[in-house]
Ligand binder design. Structure first.
Ligand code: NAD
Ligand code: MG
Length: 331
């Protein structure tokens, strides 16, 4: 079993931390570090709509070059697509000689899209949760687990710096795990493609469309294959497979053992392996980088096609009936 770290020396962050970007992760890191007593400046594009939000939250805000200039550590929390260009044009020219550069995901470093000069620590603190949850749990006194990694140790204390940052955003309250940029990136890509995002949506859609094609009402198929999944996942999250199976009926549990492996069979595992092979060989990165470089028309096409699927139109209607304000109006 890997060692879960629960501590670090926050006092190593004794300079300014420049948080570049104030989106999902950016706002959470900036506010959590600030609340932990770290000196934070948020770096934004001139005219950014987040400028007022960050200031209203009590944070110092500056242009990206101004924020970066005197920073001990620069946290690059922009969408992965724009990071290389922003780094080259607005971060690198003003980066202090010994400043550390921090990422929340390893993609750009692993695939050579950003390579800070040898004098800089290159570290990662990747929370295992969406930014808004990272912030909410922190304000509630809890934390979101995080992975830390060191790609380049110029100072000799890059790991300690990553640990300090992880403590500052509250991750030590939940657990910090050491990894490499390669392991974080490859497992993250695999998880979102095969299980969390791609695997789950296709499983739901296949179940929904199987029922609809057999003549069942789409509304019932929606409740069965999508709505109830949330309730099942909550149980899985709380207590694993055993807890979920304790809560469902014995009929459901028996069917789970008998039919689950018929659906997710050895063919599915072979295709998961093929997805993983494409990630490890860099084939997926090549595809996504080509997509980014050519304006992302393919991504927009997939998005438009997905929006027209029956499960989405039926779901929109049903969810509008289940909103909380309707529920409370009914009593
Ligand atoms: P995001 O999409 O929420 O955007 C971040 C900010 O970037 C926004 O404030 C936006 O205004 C700014 N921005 C966009 N384009 C810009 C440009 N051209 N120049 C300057 N600023 C620009 O980003 P995010 O989802 O928080 O992702 C940040 C990093 O965190 C990524 O590396 C991502 O992989 C990683 N990460 C994200 C999550 C998550 O919860 N979303 C989870 C783990 C890791
Ligand atoms: Mg992920």
């Amino acid at each position: 079993m890997a060692t879960i770290l629960r501590d670090g020396d926050l006092s190593l962050l004794d300079g300014t931390v420049a948080v570049v970007g104030y989106g999902s992760q950016g706002h959470a890191h900036a506010l959590n570090l600030h609340d932990s007593g770290v000196k934070v400046v948020v770096g934004l594009r001139e005219g950014s709509s987040s400028w007022g939000d960050a200031e209203a939250a009590g944070l110092a805000v500056a242009s990206i070059p101004d924020a970066v200039r005197d920073a001990q550590l620069v946290s690059l929390l922009l969408p992965d697509q724009v990071q290389p260009q922003v780094f080259t044009e607005h971060v690198e020219p003003d980066l202090g000689e010994n400043a550390a550069v921090l990422f929340a995901h390893g993609f750009n470093v692993l695939y050579g899209r950003i390579a800070p000069a040898a004098g800089h620590d290159v570290i990662m603190v990747a929370p295992k949760g969406p930014g808004h949850v990272v912030r909410r749990l922190f304000t509630e006194g809890f934390g979101t687990p995080a992975l830390i990694a060191v790609e380049q140790d110029a100072s000799g204390r890059a790991r300690d710096l990553a640990l300090a940052y992880a403590v500052g955003i509250g991750a030590a309250r939940a657990g910090i795990l050491e990894t490499t940029f390669k392991e974080e990136t490859e497992t993250d890509l695999f998880g979102e493609q095969a299980v969390l995002c791609g695997g789950t949506t296709e499983l739901i859609r296949a179940g929904f469309e199987t029922l609809v094609a057999a003549g069942y009402q789409p509304e019932i198929a929606y409740y069965e294959c999508l709505h109830e999944l949330k309730l099942i996942v909550d149980l899985l999250w709380e207590g694993g497979f055993k807890h979920m199976r304790w809560s469902i009926s014995d009929t459901a549990e028996f069917g789970d053992y008998v039919s689950g492996p018929r659906v997710i069979d050895s063919h599915v595992r072979e295709r998961m392996q093929a997805v993983l092979d494409d990630i490890r060989s860099g084939e997926f990165a090549k595809l996504w980088i080509a997509e980014m470089d050519s304006g992302e028309a393919g991504l927009r096409g997939h998005r438009a096609e997905a929006a027209n699927q029956l499960i989405e139109t039926v779901g929109e209607e049903l969810r509008s009936l289940m909103r909380r304000e309707d529920a409370s109006a009914v009593g």
